[in-house]
Design a binder for this molecule. Structure first.
Ligand code: 4AD
Ligand code: MG
Length: 439
């Protein structure tokens, strides 16, 4: 028999159906047995009247929570049933996989175990409806991003993650053994997405793994994460990149709201707010002044940068002043930006770059890139880089490379702000950190 999904049961009243899912709970009463079955579309009550078949009743009594079951039965309208006013009267039962008991963690417990314990048993933790919804939202968000890119003539690329040179800087770099030499894991697709501009592709995007050997244990850092990157040619400044990104994000939020807004409101208690465009823009120097005015002390050792506390304070200011969750912080000083960011012609101490903060959290860094090879070489040398290892990169700009820019966005960070989740470990399928490599 063809499988029916629980959400479609109402269309099958009076008919025989086949359901497949996990046994969330079993209520074994004197005369009746109630199995609450869960599939990816919801919960259903399956009922069995014990006197009908003592052997079946015994088999049901032996079922353990979270076992994987296939059942067949007849759908009955029953207004007293809390789950959709429906009940499936069980006819056959196949135990595909009996869950060992007790479960190492109870994903449905009122108080959940600590995150580290849940991550040890991630496949059980993921059985919660909230987690399923989170990854449905992520899938939809990625689809929406792709839709918007494709509507705007973008091409998808998949660049290598094994590299012969560091892709951002010497810091936070994983080195791997590569036959008789060393290689590096990509810290971003930066160089290779720019190569597509040299290749005349005009506009590209990539969603792929990014590796950072960052030893810190924060709620927003991982050693491996999914980077959402794009690059576009024939721009005039970083303003063109921001103008693209805000519309692309607005489209993505709208799609998630339209399809999953109700479910998110129900399970996360959170309304998806589609951001209005343009997002507020604040030059870095102004941001520093605002923070000072609000009595926020930036740590002196991070000169020219904004620390996480400063990001939160700035997010609060933007919310109060503009009623907006997003802000582009623009024109960062060269000291805190990589060599490939283009500088302002009238103020060479500043770059044509930005960070996008969402609810006070950095989710993106973007910039116009320096595409004039002589200037690029000079900037690399100023940063203390050796030209020899990046010669292949510098060569991209020798044979007709258009002006271009782009950004990188952390997918899990976007989910954090979209769904209001404080710890990045909750928003990634499997977390990778300094001390976590399993499962
Ligand atoms: O700010 P980042 O380091 O910028 C780049 O990689 C540039 N190549 C982007 C560009 O096109 N100019 O990384 C981009 C984004 C950050 O804003 C953040 O959202 C996320 O990637 N990110 C991390 N997410 C999780 N864990 C980490 N350790 C992250 N580091 C960066
Ligand atoms: Mg950044």
């Amino acid at each position: 028999m063809e499988r029916t999904y629980i959400k479609d049961l109402r269309q099958k009243i009076g008919q025989q159906v086949c359901l497949q899912g996990h046994l969330q709970t079993l209520r074994d009463q004197k005369k009746m047995q109630f199995l609450i079955l869960r599939d990816t579309t919801g919960l259903a009550q399956v009922a069995f009247y014990k006197p009908n078949d003592a052997q079946m009743a015994e088999r049901i009594s032996g079922l353990t929570a979270e076992s994987a079951l296939t059942i067949t039965g007849t759908v009955a309208d029953n207004p007293v049933v809390k789950l959709g006013g429906l009940e499936v009267q069980l006819e056959t039962l196949t135990v595909e996989n009996l869950a060992a008991s007790p479960l190492p963690i109870d994903p449905f417990a009122e108080t959940l175990p600590a995150i580290d314990i849940r991550l040890d048993w991630r496949y059980l933790d993921l059985r919660r409806a909230q987690n399923l919804l989170l990854f449905q939202a992520q899938t939809l968000a990625e689809q929406a991003m792709r839709e918007y890119w494709l509507q705007n003539r973008f091409i998808e690329i998949h660049s290598p993650k094994i590299m012969g040179t560091p892709s951002e800087s010497g810091a936070e770099l994983f080195t791997i053994d590569y036959f008789d030499r060393k290689a590096y894991l990509a810290q971003s697709p930066q160089f290779y997405k720019q190569m597509a501009m040299a290749a005349g592709f005009d506009r590209v995007f990539e969603i792929g793994p990014v590796f950072r050997a960052d030893p810190s244990f924060t709620s927003r850092h991982m050693t491996e994460f999914t980077g959402v990157d794009m690059e576009m040619s024939w721009i005039e400044s970083h303003e063109d990149v921001m103008a693209f990104q805000e519309r692309w994000l607005q489209y993505t939020y709208q799609r998630v709201k339209d399809e999953l807004g109700d479910a998110i409101a129900q399970l996360f208690g959170r309304e998806i707010v589609v951001p209005s465009v343009p997002f507020p823009r604040i030059p870095m120097a102004e941001a520093v002044r605002i923070l000072k005015e609000r009595g926020y002390q930036l740590p002196p050792e991070k000169k020219g940068d904004i620390d996480p506390g400063g990001e939160r304070e700035l997010g609060a200011y933007v919310k109060e002043t503009f009623g907006h969750d997003f802000v582009f912080v623009t024109d960062w000083p060269i000291a805190v930006r990589p060599f490939y960011h283009m500088r302002h012609p009238d103020n060479p101490g500043l770059t044509r770059s930005y960070d996008l903060l969402a609810s006070g959290l950095e989710i993106t860094t973007g910039a116009q890139r320096e595409h004039r090879v002589a200037v690029l070489e000079k900037q690399a040398l100023e940063k203390g880089l050796h030209l020899e290892p990046i010669q292949f990169y510098l060569d991209f700009f020798r044979y007709g490379c258009p002006p271009h820019g782009g950004f990188g966005l952390g997918l899990s960070r976007l989910l954090m702000v979209m769904l209001g989740i404080n710890n990045i470990r909750e928003t990634v399928y499997l977390f990778r950190g300094p001390t976590r490599l399993n499962p």
